[in-house]
Design a protein. Structure first.
Ligand code: HEC
Length: 152
């Protein structure tokens, strides 16, 4: 005996409003479209966006000025940390690849906005939070400038 196959051979019948398959089709279509977005979001959380300036990067003048006025007291105008406070706190050299090994766009933004306080190799290190003075966009631009001190 032949089983009844109500949708066999009827092409797009399964997409019809009355079709019992319709909710599944809609759901799976949604999942298919959303998965790359969701996967991307999950990745951003665990690994973050690599921090590196685009080829031919040239900082805006106002970012250089901002760096020199707000960040250079510790990190130095050239990012090497050869400043009084830099030496006192044992601030590392931003022109070295090692400095940026674990710093993503997100982490760098968070650290600068929220500040940092820790003891490393017996030295007290502190960066005050800039969240009340700088926007996240300014911080991102400053960090891009900072990572540009490291030349491959
Ligand atoms: C009072 C001193 C001080 C000032 C001013 C300062 N920093 Fe820092 N910053 C530190 C210290 C200390 C660290 C951690 C130790 C190190 O860099 O070796 C640090 C770390 C960082 C890092 C690495 C973040 C991470 O997650 O590892 C970035 C990026 C950074 N600073 C950017 C900036 C920017 C941008 C400014 C200006 C808006 C700024 N800093 C101003 C002291 C300072």
């Amino acid at each position: 005996m032949l089983k009844k196959r109500p949708y066999a051979g009827k092409g797009l019948t399964m997409f019809r409003r009355s079709s019992p398959f319709r909710p599944f089709l809609v759901l799976s279509l949604f999942a298919l479209l959303a998965s790359p977005v969701l996967r991307h979001a999950a990745q951003a959380e665990t690994t973050g966006t690599p921090l590196s300036p685009p080829a031919g990067y040239k900082p805006e003048k106002k970012i250089v000025r901002l760096w020199n006025s707000k960040c250079a007291t510790c990190h130095g105008e050239d990012g090497r940390g050869h400043t009084e406070q830099g030496k006192e706190m044992g601030i590392d050299d931003m022109t070295k690849a090692a400095y940026w090994k674990d710093v993503t766009v997100e982490r760098g933004r968070k650290t600068v906005l929220e500040g940092l306080k820790r003891t490393l190799n017996g030295k007290e290190q502190e960066m005050k939070p800039f969240g009340d003075r700088l926007t996240p966009q300014q911080v991102d631009a400053l960090n891009l400038y900072a990572v540009s001190f490291f030349k491959k």
